[in-house]
Design a binder for this molecule. Sequence first.
Ligand code: BTN
Length: 255
Amino acid sequence: MTPLDGDRLRAQCSGIIREVRVVEETTSTNDAVAQLGIEGLALFAERQTAGRGRLGRRWESAAGEGLWFSLLLRPELELRDWTRLTTWAAVAVAEGIEAAVPCRAEIKWPNDIQIGGRKVAGILIETHARGEETSAVLGIGVNANQAGFSPPLDATATSLRLVTGSEIDRQTLAAAILRRLEARWADVARDFPALLAAASGRSCLFGKNVRARCGDDFSEGIAEGLDAGGGLRVRLADGGTATWRGGEVTLATGV
Ligand code: BTN
């Protein structure tokens, strides 16, 4: 395994990413970055001992098998617009993966990246308030070089190596994703419709029967599109519409 080179990654950044560090091991890069509190710091760990996904799930983060990193931001946006960060990150990660690896990366709203119906990357955004200051920690996990997954992950996950049949150069992949995060950043504040269009063009849910869990209840319908804030517009069985703002969405067929 070739270790990531933080200086080379930093040299390719010229915008919101001001510093890049690579550590051998940490619990979770989201926690490490939140603790450091340095705006614009992207921290990569070769291995996480307590990587986590959404809804408190464990995130497998073995040494050298993927990209496990977090970026701390203090966006100059109304707090109500911080949900845009999810759309931005999903588009940038999908575009970065495609720039580095021959594949078609789709977005499973709100923040999974899939290839051929299997999850290859996930995004976890957490906000922190310290006094007056609020920051967002964007955590990204990309499965790059796993040769396989154990149950139950083997039913839904994939890696870029499994998709392409070749070893993935993680340095090139990391650089491509950081570049797309920076390239798409201006759109968050100035042209969010452009991000919505890009996310819509990559959606694997539109036109499909989807199901969301709301506490103990389930809601079901046909995914129609994204609303102006990035929520998922769904046509319900009774003919009405609903806009889902987050949560766990699955295809109603159980995928
Ligand atoms: C998900 O799909 O549930 C989100 C997965 C996010 C995983 C990344 S890996 C880097 C960062 N540190 C963590 O502990 N989680 C995120």
